[in-house]
Each structure stands twice: as structure tokens, then as C-alpha cells.
Write a protein that binds this ligand. Sequence first.
Ligand code: ADP
Ligand code: ZN
Length: 610
Amino acid sequence: MTSAATTSPLDVLHDVFGYEEFRGTQAAVVDQVVGGGDAVVLMPTGGGKSLCYQIPSLVRAGTGIVISPLIALMADQVAALDNLGVRAAYLNSSLDFEEAQNVENALLAGELDLLYLAPERLVLPRTMQLLERAQVALFAIDEAHCVSQWGHDFRSDYLGLGVLAERFPTVPRIALTATATPATHAELTERLHLENAEHFVASFDRPNITYRIEPKASARSQLMSFISTEHPGDSGIVYCLSRRGVDQLAEALAARGVTALPYHAGLPSEVRAENQARFLREDGIVMVATIAFGMGIDKPDVRFVAHLDLPRSVEGYYQETGRAGRDGLPADAWMVYGLGDVVSQRRLIESGEGDLAFRRRAMSHLDSMLALCETVDCRRVQLLRYFDEESEPCGNCDTCITPPVTWDATVAVQKLLSAVIRLDRERGQRFGSGQVIDVLRGNDNERSRSADHASLSVWGVGSDLSEAEWKTVIRQVLARGLLESHGDYGVLVVGEEAGPVLRGETEISLRVDPKRTGSKKTGAKRRGGSEVALDPAEASLFEALRAWRGEQAKEQGVPAYVVFPDATLYGIVEAKPSTIDELGQISGVGLKKLDRYGPAVLEVIGAEAG
Ligand code: ADP
Ligand code: ZN
């Protein structure tokens, strides 16, 4: 891109990126920054944040400086730009002295369109001096929520970025994040001194993601059947809370023929880097991970994100599930959760670090997450409302597809609360859910006999419900705060809200857990994202293109999507171009890629047709 300074944003979009038009707020953001103004951009994962600073960097004179905490991903980001014919480089601790020197010289010589930097590097006096000698087109602060001290990803190095306003008062700054809570928004604006910025808040809806939350029975086999029936051979991420859980699950999946790799902070850094690289480069890998994995992973074709443990907050859940389907094609956010999750999460918070205010906050995050799990309304409506966005029932989540059946559980809940109270008063002791269920059902077992539970007035009053049904009731009642669980054993205590229920002043309606079935997809109406249904000839062409892409990527040592993302391969399959010109019309095929890959792609198409 040597003469980029004279081209318009739309020309760059067409020629370099091969895209037809800007999406959503992209055009407005690009205008603002090209014109020299500051911008705060809140856009969901997959919304297209990168173009918001890449295009202004190409249009404005000088080099766009991109600040990102994701050192491990910089090489791939630069490779992707290189594939588009954009002159990009990065400076971080992985470069030796001479390599860094070369990059600095290229910057000073005006030979770079984009330069990626880690925040800790940027704030070094040496780097500041370097940038003052260069022509800087703009500063893009990616993952800008990292400056928020109360957020879920705080990085102390981000606090230093406030100085940019003072040191470079005439250079436009654009802060971008996929974290949308009003609190984070306000905090990052203040800390980065973006008082004069224009704010662009996109809709946070991810219409191509289907949200599903199912009751946990046997998490591992539920996951196995989810993968084998709905996502065989797909790339996906499975989140677990503990490192041990990750290791065991990755092994179990591998033993059953799924290409699964573990990722958590306890693994040696080489293993982590290697597993991440394989996940990015190879097709069809399932990453089993703690939340340490994923920020900034811009792999576009992750087809599912599964949660085997309850996330700590709705914010975290949305970030993690957002890593699915960045390419806009259909993807699943699937989770199983049960009574045990509620008890163990509360225990973690109670026994965790932090002062009372901190723990209160954690509890309220957990309560919002539980409310999402137990809702009988559209999951998406509730998710978006959490981010202050009102919407209509989506038709593409489990509660929309199969509306939950509810039942009047007032009497059952009264029995449950009374049992907990009786046990406390008459035995002078508190018990966990197992013993409470024993009492309700009148289970004559050793545990009950040794405690002489049969003499209680509430003994057996709940024999009309099964063990599993009581667990469901307790889970939902805990989620509503009518009961609380405490301590290592998760002993049950009546919550503050319970009074009106016990006095018969409020009715309680609970959801019936759906019976487990294999695929829930039948009849699902999908919005957004095209339904990818290929006939056999098309499927075979798709596979041939995928194989060709795999070889290309391997040769260059880059992730497959850097060559072409799936969405572009589908576009090629659909259009079956027979000339270079026709191929150039397809979304995602810019001039450089047309030049570089065009003949080979036409050859693959020709071979399949012939
Ligand atoms: P984010 O950083 O917001 O998560 P990306 O910038 O990685 O999202 O973009 C997500 C995907 O959408 C990428 O594959 C990108 O190339 C594609 N994309 C972005 N903008 C457009 C557009 N205007 N037209 C078509 N595809 C786009
Ligand atoms: Zn819905």
C-alpha cells in the first residue's frame, strides 16, 4: 500500500479487504478517525473492530500504532495483514535486538502502515521517543476494557496509556472493546482521557449464535453427545473452572476420538503456546480450557463454545461465548449447569479473597448469571438487557425454540423451606441438600436413621417428588435467593426473601427441566448467518478448497483463515467462479489475494467440475 494516502476508505475496503460495504457503525467510526477525531468503539466480538482502525491507518499519512495485550497473537495478526498486502509489523519481547532495530528503522522510514505494540513496551521512554520521531497516523487501543480496574481483565500496564493524550495531542486515538457494561465504558473513557471522543456503541447482539443452557446430569457424556451429534470435526472451545477439570476432560475427549487439547495457566508456557498455535492453525481442534484462554483469539470459525461449569458473571459468559461464530456463520453457545454449580460457586466466593464489598459484588454477578440460567423468557433478551439493550424474543435460543413448561411450585417450596427451618430448630443443625431431600422424601437410609430424621414433623411430606425433581427445585430456589447455601458442605439456610412465600403471600412458579434429547436443532429458525446447507457436489468442492487452503497455510506457517476464512470459501462454492474477474467479486477476495491465490483457486474449481 504505497500510495494509500490518496485513496478513500471505501476504495481500501474494496481493494485491500475485498469487502463490498461497511457493516453497522464501521463507516461512521472510520470517518471520525480519518478526520482526526477520537473515538470509543463498543462492538461485540466478530463485529469488525479491526477495520475501524486498520482502514484509517491506511488512509491517513503515517503509521497506525495498535496497542494490544495479546503478544502471542501479534505474529498472526501481522501475517494476516501481510496476506492482504498491508505493510505491518510488531514490536514485542519475542524479537531479538536486530529484528527490533529493523522494525524501528522501517517505522522511521515511513515504510509501515501498521505497527502492533504491547502496552508495557509503549510506555517505555525509549518507545515514546521513537514514536515522537515517527509519523503516527493514529493510536488504536485494542481490548480497552483492560484499563478498567473492576473489570474482568485488568492489566496494570493499561493505566499508563493515559499519557498518550498529553504526549500526542494532535494524533487521533481510538479505543475498542467488546465489553459493553456502562460502568466499563465510563471508566475507560475517563482513564484514557477520551473526553472529546465520539462514542460508537453497536448492538451487542450476535444473531448467528444459538444460546442453550441445559440441566447438568452427567456433564461429560452430555458434552460428548453434543459434539458427536452436532459438531463432529468442528473447532470449538470447552470451558471448565479448574485446571484439573481441564486436564481430565481433554484426556477423556481424546480417548473418544475428539482432537482435544488442554489449556490453562498451570501448563508450561511452551505447551500453552503450542496448543494455542495448533488450535489456530489446524481445522477441527477442540480446546479444553480455563478462562485463561481466549481473549483476542480471532479465529473466525469456532463453531461452538461449551461451558461445563457455571461462569462467574454474565459479562464473562458473554465474552467467552462471543468467541464462537465470528465469521457470522451459525454457531452454538452451549452450557450445562446444576445444583452443584450454585453451591460450589457460592462457596468459592465466601472463602475467596477480597473484602466484604468485593464479595458482595461477586455474589451479585453470580445472581445475574443464575437468573439467566433459570429464565423462562428469551435468553437473548435477558443477555442484551444486561448490557442495557432492549430487544424482542429471538427465535434462536433454547427458550424460544422450546418454551419451558412451568408449574405452580408454591406448596413444594413451602415444604422445602419448612424442612430447612425444622432441621435447624429441632436438630439445632444445618444440613446440605442431600439430607434435606432425604427428610422431604422420607428416605429411610443410614444417614437418616443415624440422625433420627424420621421423628421430624416434616418427614416424608415431599414424597410426591423424585430426588431429581427436588434437586431441580432446590437449584431454582437457590437461584432466586429463597434459600442460601453456606460453607464447605453447602448447608442450606432460609434466605431473606422467604418470608412472603412461607406466609402464602406469593406464588412460586418454577420451570420443569426439559427431558434430554439429542439435537435441539429441528425446526430452529435461524436469524442472521446463512444456513449452510450444501449439496454433495458443493460439499466436495468445499472440502477440496479447504484442503488446498490447509496446504497454503502450512507452507506459509500461518492459520488457515489468514489465507481465506470459511465465509469466503462458502462464497466461492456458491458462485463457482470461472474467471479471475468473477472470483474478485466474492466477499473477502481483495486485489492482493486475487493475484496471489486466484489461479490456484480456479484450478481447484476446474478439477472438481471436470
Ligand atoms: P472483532 O475484532 O470485532 O471481533 P474482526 O475485526 O476480527 O472482529 O472481524 C470479524 C470478521 O468479520 C473478520 O473475519 C472480518 O474480516 C469480517 N469483517 C469485518 N468487517 C467486514 C465487512 N465490512 N464486510 C465483510 N466482512 C467483514
Ligand atoms: Zn430467544
